[in-house]
Design a protein around this ligand. Sequence first.
Ligand code: IPD
Ligand code: CA
Ligand code: CA
Ligand code: CA
Length: 285
Amino acid sequence: MWDPQVQEYFDYVLPLVKKSGEELLTAENYEVETKGFVYDLVTIYDRKIEEILIKKIKEKWPNHKFIGEEESEINGIKKLTDEPTWIIDPIDGTANFVRGLKITCVSIGLVIKKVQTMGIVYNPFLDELYTAIKGQGAFLNGKRICTNGQTDITKSIFNYEISIARRPNYYDLYMYRFKHLIKVIMGFRSLGCAVLGLCYVADGRLDAYQCDGLYPWDAAAGVLIVREAGGYVCDSRGKEFNLMDPNFLATSTKALSDQFMIIERKADEERLNDRNSTKSEKTNT
Ligand code: IPD
Ligand code: CA
Ligand code: CA
Ligand code: CA
């Protein structure tokens, strides 16, 4: 049902997100720092955009809560309460941004009473604005979007973030998963921007996107946009998606997700068998 209060939030925040994104178009001569790991980059723009979004929203609604990537770096990731909470990724795809790869966006999601209620994503380089309000559909530059309705895994393109350095615990899982999947699907992509990966499932450019070990800000806006575009989102093992621990599979259709889970079970079986035979080899020597 249309909610005038949510509409007011949307109308206020949308221009702020667009303006923040436009700042990136003129960015030059800025420093690229790391947050402790070589792959974890941050710029003045990441910090500035998040600060401005929080400041402007707080001015209007002082009681609202925030979970932003950069402030979580200092304060830790806060628990989700029933209060309206804005979940912000000031730049998703910072590594793309600093290299001039135009797969970068500003992303903000709103969660009310723990329900994902709104998502706004703007890629200034392509002037693409994705929006969704729960129950009202998903839009790209104001035009309604739907997933491509793909139900055949053999015709599917899957997006993955294949950056194992960030996720060493997933190495084994990924190797077996990819080995099985590569024989079946049409192709893999790795875009380096979780939020746009989700938006591209929503608008039918991609059929599926899976990622493990992400953060709420990587998924808050995009997951709602996929769902509002008619797509299906579950956690990576087929269970319910949890925004505060986002491992997810987002697909054009539930049928595609079901086909993926069959492959995942085969990969799991092989992984387990290999592990058991390595163990018994070790005990025999
Ligand atoms: C990253 C991107 C990337 C994903 C990383 C994220 P950031 O976000 O979404 O696609 O593989 O895990 O951290 O740091 O550019 O906001
Ligand atoms: Ca980051
Ligand atoms: Ca991110
Ligand atoms: Ca970021």
